[in-house]
Design a protein around this ligand. Structure first.
Ligand code: SF4
Length: 407
């Protein structure tokens, strides 16, 4: 294999990392100024954005250590049978790149994932060496997110958590059946075992010792996972059911949904319908409702699939008009949270304002409520909703139908 330069490897291995959904800018439009027109570039450098637990948006160097892989997961561009160009960074190269980008203020952290080379333990050991060298030799204080290989030994995962801010272990697919069919070398039990071990270690690290000392930190920004949506036949109810289970049992801080895109050269690709990115978007909205708005999976995805035209909270409200209108000045918090157009912050502002006097329409505007959505579902002094029973109420929220191109 021809020797590649560091920048060639960077181009290849940052591009290969774009399929990971854990960074907010993944998949963005590519623009550059190499034609001499304009300034800057949005792609190819391997820098993505992510949010820290305290809500800050940070830039990360997002790369794979290698896109060689001995596994053959059908949905993955890096699987062993895929005919893509391959490259591999050494441990020292990743450390050097991270430090150079960090010193130049390009990044505030590293997001590192990898294909599996030789064995899960060998690969994980290299990733841990990168994080350890950054922390202990380079005294790197930036953010580190490591993708963990689930069947790596417990000692390596424990070490990874010592150096990384966040660990993630991919659940990969919404159902065990899907995993068996599309990633037969992976085991659902192994993935869950690793997630459970990370949860335990995190809990342990938060306890003080019997002498009152704090324990060593372990993945303080939590653990997350990624689920590929649309590669198997699982519907949204199954996807969200899996997420609810993961949040409850493994204390995950986040489930990322990655819409499956058919990969060129996929000789073994299943004849699947490409899920629109809108499905991914609706799943994120529904996931939010599960975590912060008191909904359960059956309420928002009882029919199997989410409505692609309307956000899941509005879809629920339209299907449960008997629960509305909600009296803004009397309804309890959990009922206010179900009003379309009301976010958690708006609801908390309403509750605080109610202690000072009656909340009126103009107050809601100032509180950030999306009244275009909320209007038909609320009542308050000076405002009575109209048309809650109207047959065309759904049409007011859904985008107008589009004429598909015939050519
Ligand atoms: S193990 Fe990871 S990198 Fe390798 S084929 Fe499967 S998903 Fe792709």
């Amino acid at each position: 294999m021809a020797q590649r330069t560091l920048s060639e490897k960077l181009a290849l291995l940052s591009d290969a990392a774009k399929y990971d959904a854990s960074c907010a800018s993944s998949g963005g439009e590519k623009r550059d100024s190499r034609d001499g027109k304009g300034v800057g570039s949005s792609g190819g450098s391997g820098i993505c954005h992510a949010y820290t637990p305290d809500g800050r948006c940070i830039s990360l160097l997002k790369i794979l250590m290698t896109n060689f892989c001995i596994f053959d997961c059908v949905y993955c561009v890096n699987r062993v049978s895929s005919k893509v160009e391959r490259a591999r960074f050494s441990v020292e190269e990743v450390v050097r790149l991270t430090m150079e980008f960090y010193r130049r203020n390009y990044i505030e952290g590293l997001f590192l994932s990898s294909g599996i080379i030789r064995s899960s333990d060998d690969t994980m050991a290299d990733m841990v060496r990168i994080a350890k060298t950054l922390r202990e030799v380079e005294h790197f204080r930036g953010y580190i997110h490591l993708k963990t290989i689930p069947d790596a030994s417990q000692d390596l995962i424990d070490e990874a958590g010592k150096y990384a801010d966040r660990l993630s272990i991919n659940i990969e697919l919404p159902t065990e059946r899907g995993l068996n069919e599309l990633a037969p070398e992976k085991s659902s039990r192994g993935i869950r075992r690793a997630m459970g071990a990370v949860r335990l270690k995190r809990e342990e690290s938060r306890e003080v010792t019997h002498t009152g000392k704090r324990r060593a930190r372990f993945a303080p920004a939590g653990q997350s996972t990624q689920m590929i949506v649309g590669a198997d036949g699982a519907d949204d109810r199954a996807v969200l059911g899996q997420s609810a289970n993961l949040y409850a049992n493994y204390g995950l801080s986040r489930v990322y949904y990655s819409a499956f895109s058919p990969i060129p050269d996929a000789s073994r690709m299943l004849p699947l319908v490409k899920p629109p990115l809108m499905r991914e978007h609706r799943l994120y909205q529904a996931d939010w409702l599960l975590r912060f708005y008191g909904f359960d999976v059956g309420e928002i995805a009882g029919g199997g699939m989410l409505d692609l035209d309307i956000d899941p909270k509005t879809a629920w409200a339209l299907a449960h008009r008997e629960a509305f209108p909600v009296d803004i000045n009397r309804a309890p918090r959990e009922v206010l949270l179900r009003v379309p157009g009301f976010g958690v912050r708006t609801v908390d502002r309403v509750l605080a304002a109610r202690r000072r006097g009656a909340v009126r329409y103009e107050h809601l505007l100032a509180m950030g409520a999306i009244l275009k959505k909320a209007r038909p579902f609320i009542t308050m002094p000076g405002w009575s909703p109209r048309g809650l029973d109207a047959v065309d109420l759904r049409a007011r929220f859904a985008p107008p139908p589009e004429q598909l191109s015939l050519f």
